[in-house]
Design a protein around this ligand. Sequence first.
Ligand code: DX5
Ligand code: ZN
Length: 232
Amino acid sequence: MRNVRLPGVTAEPDSARRVKLAPSILASDFSRLGEELNAIAGADWAHVDVMDGQFVPNISFGLPILAAARAASSLFMDVHLMIDRPERYLKDFADAGADGLTVHVESTPHIHRAVQQIRELGKKAGVTLNPGTSLETLRPVLPEVDLVLIMSVNPGFGGQKFIPHSLERIRTVRRWLDELGSAAELQVDGGVGPTNARAVVNAGASNLVAGSAVFGRDGAQAGLERLREALK
Ligand code: DX5
Ligand code: ZN
């Protein structure tokens, strides 16, 4: 039976999978947020890092900045919640303009419920975990999610070094998603740049977050271009 795709089965091989780029606005110049978003208009998503000073040892920004970014850009707003008990705020972030919401398995005893809540809000549901957390913690919710994020640094700060063991973790989750026939995005976040982007994609990633590698001194457009070149 040619031309027939089984429901839920991804047919694209690694090489054909189009990699999405998601610049993290955490590394942008907030005083020029509108211009910075304009400079990444050629990207696929805008990655929005929300930190509460509890779940991670840093505070970034919250709802008003997301709402401002939403108003200034038509990019998919990919919100990474590094906050305790994210279920308390899912609706607020959805209302403020999130298209996708990603929650940490470590941040709530009710990760399955949090994923369900995101889907009920009509948003893409993502799940993630810290580099020191067992991948097994993801497995029960894998069939329910639209995105899995493998953190390749400890969350909390931009500009850190990629943890090499992350490649093995990406390969494992890629295998699990393929076994499930899942079309979920496999996103990688932390220390990704032109020197390792190809290796990260070869390990199975479909979606790359990059902060400092994009919003460098010579502008986000140039940073994005360097990343794309590295993937050619
Ligand atoms: C880290 C954040 C990342 C960060 C990435 O806690 O989740 O999204 O902004 O920054 P770079 O690409 O500079 O490592
Ligand atoms: Zn992030």
